[in-house]
Design a protein around this ligand. Structure first.
Ligand code: UT7
Length: 326
């Protein structure tokens, strides 16, 4: 039986740090409020000339190096993003050219903060069926371009960044054990960017109504998120006959520290088993799980044989999980 083994990870964060005290000068907020309600202290902001494909290429190159393979070995490149360089072509095609991955086909996956898990699941289907051998899965966002910097309910949360994983077919026990994906489109308006697409195409009126920016029902999203993350983490464990006590690391989408602590408490998982980097990175949507994973691999928390639960939720609404034997 073939499995999707994760053979290399990489991540990239833009150099510019935006601190809470800088946000205090932009909107009516305080460092205390942001830290207490979200756990976030700072986030990264892409340079004016950096777009999502640039962040993706940097993270992708690091993942290829870690895996010890060449770009020309790739069969497929997936980029999970809600902030593509442009409406089309896919950001994944721009990344394919930049990396020189001449053999790979390439497309984007749009599932907002759950995007990395949707993309990992797509890669896993291709790999375990034997159709493809090597896939680069990237989660990347430049959310700072769609954040309304006058809306204190959202601008404090989001950051820019990219993470990447090389997935390769392997006959061993290590790799993706299962993936579990969900959506409830009836709740599409919990988090959305209304303008810029075919519903509200770019126009002066659209810009005046600020439809090009993120809108979010924060507290409604919060409640759904806690339940969805708990349910989908348990679903992944149950599907493979594991208990919470078997988990080495929960690597969740970095939405809000209070959400992640509530999920850990409900699961009965010690908070020390949750990989959290949102204090430094903020919420980077589709990039958040692969960035957190890369950091935990490189600093030695994740070691061969570790049992990992990835879990995410976000706009769509979408949510899901993956169980991985490292
Ligand atoms: O990746 C998925 C994306 N979405 C999420 O994960 C979002 C999930 N939701 C959240 O993280 C939280 O709901 C927020 C951090 C967005 C907001 O925290 P909250 O504890 O749910 O606050 P709230 O929206 O219920 O607002 C409480 C109060 C309000 O004031 P009043 O009406 O009680 O006077 C807000 O206006 O806090 C106020 N507030 C702020 N105050 C200072 C909202 N944002 C801020 C702020 N600074 N930045």
């Amino acid at each position: 039986m073939l499995r999707s083994r994760l053979i290399g990870t990489g991540s990239y964060l833009p150099a510019r740090v935006l601190t809470n005290s800088e946000l205090e000068r932009m909107v009516e907020t305080s460092d205390d409020w942001i830290v207490e309600r979200t756990g976030i202290r700072e986030r990264r902001i892409a340079a004016p000339d950096e777009a999502t494909s640039d962040l993706s290429v940097a993270a992708g190159q690091r993942a290829l190096e870690a895996a010890g393979i060449r770009a020309t070995d790739l069969d497929l490149i997936l980029v999970a993003t809600a902030t593509p360089d442009m409406l089309f072509p896919a950001t994944a095609c721009l990344v394919q050219a930049q990396l020189g991955a001449t053999k790979a086909f390439a497309f984007d996956v749009s599932a907002a903060c759950t995007g990395f898990l949707y993309a990992l699941s797509v890669a896993d289907q291709y790999v375990k069926s034997g159709a493809l051998r090597t896939v680069l899965v990237i989660g990347a966002e430049v959310l700072s371009r769609v954040v309304d910097w006058s809306d204190r309910g959202t601008c404090i949360l989001f950051g820019d960044g990219a993470g990447a994983v090389v997935v390769r077919a392997d006959a061993g026990e290590r790799g993706v054990l299962s993936t579990h994906l969900h959506a409830d489109g009836a709740l599409w308006d919990f988090i959305h960017v209304p303008g810029g697409g075919s519903r509200h195409p770019p126009s002066d009126a659209m810009l005046q109504q600020r439809l090009q920016f993120i809108r979010m029902k924060g507290s409604e999203t919060f409640k759904v998120a806690v339940r969805a993350l708990e349910d989908t983490a348990l679903e992944a464990l149950k599907a493979n006959g594991f208990a919470v006590t078997d988990v080495d690391w929960l690597i969740p989408h970095q939405a809000n520290r209070r959400i992640l602590e509530a999920v850990a408490a409900r699961l009965g998982l010690p908070a020390e088993r949750v990989v959290m980097n949102l204090a430094r990175v903020g919420n980077t949507s589709a990039a958040s799980i692969p960035i957190a994973l890369d950091e935990a691999v490189r600093d030695g928390r994740v070691t061969p044989g570790s049992l990992l639960v990835f879990a995410a939720f976000g706009a769509g609404l979408t949510w899901g999980s993956a169980l991985v034997r490292w």
